[in-house]
Design a protein around this ligand. Structure first.
Ligand SMILES: NC(=O)c1ccc[n+]([C@@H]2O[C@H](COP(=O)([O-])OP(=O)(O)OC[C@H]3O[C@@H](n4cnc5c(N)ncnc54)[C@H](OP(=O)(O)O)[C@@H]3O)[C@@H](O)[C@H]2O)c1
Length: 252
């Protein structure tokens, strides 16, 4: 497979590039960096993307929303499936991705860790089994993360809304005279050091606490999931896909 990786010098993009090379795929690392190599392949400039996409089987993107939208649109123009790990899109950015999905397969996931996928199901089950319990979500990431709360936190919050059948009032931190109101979900964001990503959903009431936590211990887990998705996506029709489609289809 020929796999184009954008943001190839980034923390996660670099891991993805190494994973692509380790699996013996043909790696094309794309970066705004003027020169260098990643996983033994020369960095290529984003301006050359249309030519680089020629004959590619997939593009994998871990960058920033503004760049991601452009890269994915170019992949769609070339008919190349795109795997998007970038988070923090606003409605306009998401619309750009959905537009691209009209002409090529686009798979977007806020988290490519299989454990987070399992966490989503367990959180749904707990939210349904414990109606009326207070819910608080805490996420921790390294000090270089741009968007807050994380894309994964937002996905967990959507899952809670779905399970409870109502839009919970997302309360971002508390300060001063600010008692908890019914129907709230507290959202707490920590940024420190080199933490890869930790999400905790806490349910509490009735003299008990249920705490569900996922912790990524290296970025390799995201890279492996993203490359699994890149191997799975080619051959599918144009449209919108999620990581659950890869796992549900027996991807390994
Ligand atoms: N879905 C998941 O499982 C998952 C896991 C981890 C991270 N993420 C998300 O992936 C994204 C990247 O995270 P990261 O920690 O790897 O960030 P990072 O280390 O800052 O890397 C981002 C890369 O994007 C490129 N970039 C940055 N600004 C750009 C711009 N204005 N135009 C074009 N390219 C630009 C750069 O690569 P070049 O200089 O090489 O072009 C940069 O190294 C974030 O949105 C993060 O939340 C998702």
């Amino acid at each position: 497979m020929k796999v184009v990786v954008t943001g190839a010098t980034g923390r996660t993009g670099g891991e993805v590039a190494r994973e692509v090379a380790e699996r013996d795929h043909d790696l094309v690392p794309v970066s705004r960096e003027p020169a260098g190599t990643v996983a033994g392949a020369d960095l290529q400039p984003p301006e050359d993307l249309p030519a680089l996409l020629d004959g590619a089987d997939a593009l994998v993107d871990f960058t920033v929303p503004v760049a991601s939208g452009e890269y994915v649109a170019e992949a769609a123009d070339a008919g190349v499936p795109a795997v998007v790990g970038t988070t923090g899109f606003d409605d306009e950015g998401l619309a750009t991705l959905h537009e691209a999905a009209e002409s090529a397969p686009v798979l977007k996931a806020s988290n490519f860790a299989r454990g987070v996928h399992a966490l989503l199901s367990v959180v749904r089950e707990a939210a349904t089994a414990l109606p009326g319990y207070d819910v608080e979500l805490t996420e921790t990431h390294h000090n270089g993360k741009r968007d807050a709360p994380s894309g994964t936190a937002n996905t967990l919050l959507d899952e809670l809304d779905d399970a409870r059948g109502e839009a919970l009032d997302r309360t971002y931190g508390r300060e001063g005279e600010d008692p908890r109101e019914p129907g709230q979900v507290g959202v707490h964001v920590r940024r420190a050091g080199n933490v890869r990503g930790e999400h905790e959903v806490m349910f509490a009431d009735n003299d008990e606490v249920l705490s569900l936590t996922h912790r990524a211990e290296s970025r390799g887990v995201f890279a492996a999931g993203a490359v699994d998705a890149a191997e799975w996506l080619p051959g599918h029709e144009a449209g919108w896909y999620e990581f659950g489609d890869v796992i549900g289809d027996g991807g390994d």
